[in-house]
Structure formats: C-alpha cells, structure tokens
Ligand binder design. Structure first.
Ligand code: SF4
Length: 472
C-alpha cells in the first residue's frame, strides 16, 4: 500500500492525538451522527432491504468463487471494445504501468477522479517522483490535497475539517496550484463549492490524461462504473484524450442484473440517497466520443492472498459505502488517520492487515481497534461479519508472537497445567487467599487492563472451603 503510511505507530499510539483533540472529535461526531441518521431513514424506506442485502452478499461471494473466470471474461470484453488491459501484482507494478503510460504521452499533469485504489498504491507520489502533477478533482479530495493532509473517511475524506478550516486552506493554497480563491471567500458551503468549481474547471479543460478508479466492473460487457455526487468524475472520464482506470480485482460483478442490486444499496448506505446523482459507465472506447485511448489496470496488491483465507475473504465483498465507519464508536473517537491506511474504520481494521500482512506495528494493532459491538455488521449492505474477521485476525496476530502475546501465552499454558491438577489448584487458591493483602493492585504486565478497571479482590476463603463448610 502507499508509502505514505509506512512506519506508522500502532493504532493506540496513533489515535492518542485525535482522542485528545476536542475540535476533531466534535467534527467527527457531528458528521458521523448526521450521516448515520439519514442512512437509517433511507434504508427504512425499502421494504426488501434485507433481501437486497442478502442478494448483494451472495452475488459477491459467488463472483469471488469464480473470480478468475470473470476477470478473463472482462479482459476479453474490454479488449474487444478497444481498451488495453494490464495486470498488476502489486503497488509497484501498478505505479510503473501508469507512470510509463502517462510519460509516453509527454504530458506533465493529469486529473483524477476520487479513487481509493490509486491512494492505496501511492500513485500520486509515484507520479510526482516522475515529474507528473496529479490533480484531485473530488471536492473533499481537493481539500485533502491542498491541505497536504491525508483522507480520514472513505466517503468524506475531509470529514475531520470544518468549514472554517476549509476556507483557510483554500485561501492559503489555491493560488499555488492554479486559480486562486476569491479574496472575500467566506465559509458558506456554496461559496466554498464555487471556489473549488472555478479552480478545477481550468484543469479539466487543460488535461489530456484522466485517471480514475471504478466502483464496479461488469464482466459480461467489459463496462466500468463510477458513482459520484459532484459531476467531477464525469468530467474526468469524458474530457481527456486518454483515460487510465486502476481498479482492484474484487470490484467485478458478472452482469448488469447483478449491478442493479448494488445501485440500490450503495447510494442509500453511503450518502443516504435513493439514487446517486451521477452514474457514469464506459466500455472501451467510442469513436469521436470521450477518451480515444483507454487503459485498465487490474490491481491485485494482496487481494489474492486475502481470497485464500476462508474467514477473511468476506472483506473483499466491501463496496466502500462507509456505513460501518459512521456507526463505529472507535472511529468516532479516534478518527480516520489512526488506522494508517486509506481504508479507515472497521473495514480498514480487517482489510489493511490482510492486504499488507500483520507484521508492522500498525497492522498488528488494527484487529484490536474495535469493541466488537457489532454495529458495523448490522449496517453493512453486503453483510460482512466484521467482528468475526477481527477475532480471526487477532488469532493470527497472537500466533505470530510479540511481547504481550508471549506473556499471554505463558499465562495460558500455566493456567492449563494448574487446571489439570486439582490438588495444585486447591493449594494455589488457599495460598492466594492467605496472601491476598500482599497482592499488588497493578500486577506487572497488566497495566493496560488495570488502567481503567479495578482488579477484583480475592475472598478471604476459597470457594471450595466455603462449600465444604456450608453445603456438605
Ligand atoms: S464493510 Fe460494509 S459497511 Fe463497511 S464500507 Fe464496506 S460495504 Fe460498507
């Protein structure tokens, strides 16, 4: 994944700043509560929501089971329609393909539709290293880029910013990138949106290369689909001469009939809309209409390894609606940056450690970034059992060792032995009762546990002795 996140500390450490920042917490609380309330109303409207959810789950599961077949079908259809398909095993390969394609045109700048896959691989940084400027055109992504920030939410990447902060970023930085913000810019949403629109318009009209992701790819016709609210995506997809789409291999659906299910569940789950304002679809190239050169980069980058895990593979069903973030009590307090990945919140906690492995501090800590309350599972439109995957990944992290886990393992081994030897257990209990006044309040190694909890006091008499006296 992106080098931007390399060397991130563990989740608790990374979250400390956010948890102690009242402005950030207020921004997050306000935004997540507003979106979640609207989503609940939008979902309630559909009497067959449960059936749609189950259909989405089953379509995704079946597609993942025959992923190789559908991907080859897609490749054939895209090629027949005039597109070129590239296969990228990892981030490095995907970046190399895109950089080479753009460099071959001689262009030094590209416009981008919001795309999580390109953020995952750190494409902007790779383009910059090759002397190519990438301009984000989604309003929230623009705010993140101008503020030299990182996205903190799947749907609203600048959710951690309030209107005043956005006004300040626009006023300070727009002139460095192109058309400056108006001098009398206020923090009224309409004025901010207009400033962004004017700033971006000149880039749309100038750019010869557009880069996108896709929400879905339809195998039966080789069609890519982008859902968005602002219209910037439509501009990126239609105005440039060359379009390069970088898409994770799990984004495929077999047919338009299958797509129909997600076109109902995704808008309601994400923006709480009955239908998203812009649905753009394109199949290869069309003479004298839209980009005349189309490249599709199919990205693996850990997805095949994730698919091999029977429990963890359900994370690949995700349609990136962000509903799980908006109900998560941990995300609400910690914010998105602490997850150390372009995928924050509950889905990030199960996806990033699978795509990247659990070796780094941040990835080994992510499966623990949850209270396991299950709210994420309840709202997920493709019924990903996130708590189940979290527990499964915790097991994987524990198995690989590490300081805390070694201690836990040693304690469990000792407990196993003593529970198998009743006489030793009885002696131990009596000894523990007799010496209870000498026990430390914070036993070594249990600091994280006792910091917020009282260690229960041992009774003066073991239960077995009490039972003998009172019940026999
Ligand atoms: S895990 Fe489910 S709820 Fe969360 S973003 Fe993905 S599809 Fe949406």
């Amino acid at each position: 994944m992106s080098g931007t996140y390399l060397g991130m500390p563990s989740f608790p450490e990374a979250a400390r700043g956010a948890v102690n920042n009242p402005t950030l917490r207020a921004n997050l609380r306000h935004a997540t509560h507003t979106i979640r309330a609207k989503r609940a109303v939008a979902v309630e409207e559909l009497a067959d929501w449960g059936l749609l959810r189950e259909a989405g789950k089953q379509i995704k599961d079946r597609t993942l089971r025959y992923l190789d077949t559908y991907l080859v079908e897609l490749e054939n259809k895209v090629t027949a329609a005039g597109g070129v398909v590239h296969w990228a095993a990892d981030a490095q390969e995907a970046n190399r393909i895109v950089v080479d394609l753009v460099a071959a045109t001689g262009e030094r700048e590209v416009v981008k539709v919001k795309s999580m896959a390109t953020q995952e691989i750190g494409l902007n940084e790779a383009l910059e290293a090759a002397g190519i400027a990438a301009f984000e055109t989604d309003l929230a992504e623009l705010i993140v880029q101008l503020g030299e920030d990182r996205p903190s939410h799947i749907l609203v990447p600048a959710i951690h910013r309030n209107r005043g902060e956005i006004r300040e970023i626009f006023a300070r930085t727009m002139s460095e990138w192109g058309r400056p913000a108006p001098e009398d810019l206020s923090d009224a949403p309409a004025e901010l949106a207009e400033a962004a629109r004017l700033h971006l318009r000149e880039k749309f009209l100038r750019a010869k290369v557009g880069i996108s992701g896709a929400n879905f790819m339809v195998a039966e016709t080789g069609t890519l689909v982008v859902l968005e609210s602002e219209g910037n995506g439509r501009m990126c997809l239609t105005l440039p001469e060359m379009l390069i789409s970088v898409v994770g291999i799990e984004k495929i659906v077999p047919s338009w009939r299958d797509l129909e299910v997600f076109l109902q569940t995704l808008p309601r789950s994400s923006t709480a809309e009955r239908m998203n304002p812009y649905t753009s679809t394109w199949t290869g190239t069309t003479s004298e209409d839209g980009p005349q050169v189309f490249h599709l980069v199919l990205l693996d980058n850990g997805r095949t390894a994730t698919l091999a895990d029977e429990v963890g593979r359900q994370a690949l069903r995700c349609i990136r609606c962000s509903a799980c973030l908006n109900v998560c009590p941990v995300y609400e307090r910690a914010g998105g940056h602490a997850y150390g990945s372009v995928y924050p919140g509950p889905i990030g906690a199960i996806l990033s450690p699978q795509l990247r492995g659990t070796q780094s501090d941040i990835d080994a800590s992510l499966p623990y970034a949850s209270s396991l309350c299950g709210a994420c599972y309840d709202v997920c439109p493709v019924a990903i059992d996130i708590p189940e995957v979290l527990v499964h990944l915790r097991e994987r992290v524990a198995d690989q060792g590490g300081k805390g886990h070694r201690l836990e393992k040693a304690a469990m081994t000792a407990a196993g032995w003593i529970l198998n030897h009743p006489a030793a257990l009885a002696t131990g209990e009596r000894l523990a009762s007799k010496t209870r006044t000498l026990h430390p309040k914070n036993p070594p190694g249990a600091g994280a546990w006792t910091q917020a909890r009282d260690l229960p006091e041992l009774p003066g008499e073991p239960f077995r002795d009490w039972w003998k006296k009172n019940r026999t």
